[in-house]
Design a protein around this ligand. Structure first.
Ligand code: NAP
Length: 310
């Protein structure tokens, strides 16, 4: 007999929404997360685009989602890193880094991803000494300093804006002349006198002594230098799909491809939220993915039970 009906790997909005629904459908459900619950919500200061919450702290929304799932009997296990996921017949086996194994017929992968690295000299060396991937976590260490933000998407522009609370000036360096970020975020940043955009800037190196001092970038064939106290890198995201040791269809960037029910190419495995190939990564879409997968998983488990009784 399996430990659970459904194992959910990842405790961000997608995983917690899935858990809420499977638990409400009386399925024995566990959510595993390698850190605290909340996923990307914990890297977001203010959430202003989740319907019903005009403005809420990311950490508060994470707590509410976690409490809500727990209230319906979800077994929530945070700080429980998963090592790998394998398939044995109909059973999905989740091997934890602790050595423990959990088994269930249904697995919902909601594992999100990690920041993409710039991969220039100095990035690794100065990580934690001026290089950061999280404005909410590290911004306050840079009071009164000038900062560089790398990237041209929503994260770079939104986090750059957030950093102006602490920094005296924020330079947003983007490799092209056109931003990818949503116009509403761009307009807000453009209206902020502490923000300066530097376009066509290809970062070549992060330099310093015991901590970051300079960003070296190439612009129109010329090598330039920007003196800053810190460098925040927001150039996208790498999905955590490699936990699956069984082949599932994915795109070139590693995002898992699903059908409209979030079903992957492997029966009994669903993928939801930021690990899934889709148009956008929003809290609302993650919650929708989780809900769909939960309903599909419930139907799958009922069919398995019916078949076992027949
Ligand atoms: P993203 O949308 O993929 O943008 C990544 C940015 O980094 C792009 O501007 C890209 O440049 C640049 N980039 C990528 N690789 C680079 C490299 N090696 N060197 C220099 N620049 C590089 O990633 P994101 O901003 O992290 O956002 C991820 C997802 O989360 C998106 O779907 C976004 O909508 C969502 N998000 C939403 C919000 C919000 O709604 N408030 C906030 C944050 C994130 P190019 O433009 O030249 O490709």
């Amino acid at each position: 007999m399996s430990d659970y009906d459904v194992v959910i790997v990842g405790g961000g909005p997608a995983g917690l929404a899935a858990a809420l629904y499977t638990a409400r459908m009386n399925l024995r459900t566990v959510v595993l997360d390698r850190g605290p619950l909340g996923g990307q919500l914990l890297n977001t200061e203010l959430v202003e685009d989740y319907p019903g919450f005009e403005s809420i702290l990311g950490s508060d929304l994470a707590m509410k989602m976690g409490d809500h799932a727990r209230r319906f009997g979800v077994d929530v296990r945070d700080f429980e890193p998963v090592h790998e996921i394998v398939v044995e017949g109909d059973t999905k086996v989740v091997r934890m880094e602790s050595g423990e194994e959990l088994r269930a017929p249904a697995l919902i992968l909601a594992a999100g991803g990690l920041p993409r690295y710039l991969e220039v000299p100095g990035e690794k060396e100065y990580w934690g000494r001026g290089v950061s991937y999280c404005a909410v976590c590290d911004g306050a260490f840079f009071k009164g300093q000038e900062l560089a933000v790398i990237g041209g998407g929503d994260a770079a522009v939104e986090e750059g804006e957030f950093l102006t609370r602490y920094a005296s000036r924020v330079y947003i360096l983007h490799r092209r002349s056109e931003l990818r970020a949503q116009p509403i975020l761009v307009e807000r940043a453009q209206a902020n006198s502490k923000i300066e955009f530097i376009f066509d800037a290809n970062v070549k190196e992060i330099a310093g002594d015991d901590k970051v001092q300079d960003v070296l970038y190439e612009q129109h064939g010329e090598l330039k230098e920007l003196h800053v106290g810190g460098v925040f890198i927001f150039i996208g995201f790498v999905p955590n799909s490699s936990l699956l040791k069984v082949h599932v269809d994915h795109d070139a960037a590693g995002y898992i491809q699903t059908d409209r029910n979030m079903q992957t190419s492997v029966e009994g495995i669903w993928a939801v939220g930021d690990v899934r190939a889709q148009l956008t990564k929003q809290i609302a879409t993650a919650v929708g993915d989780g809900t769909t997968a939960a309903v599909a998983a419930s139907m799958y488990i009922s069919a398995l039970k019916d078949a076992a009784r027949a």
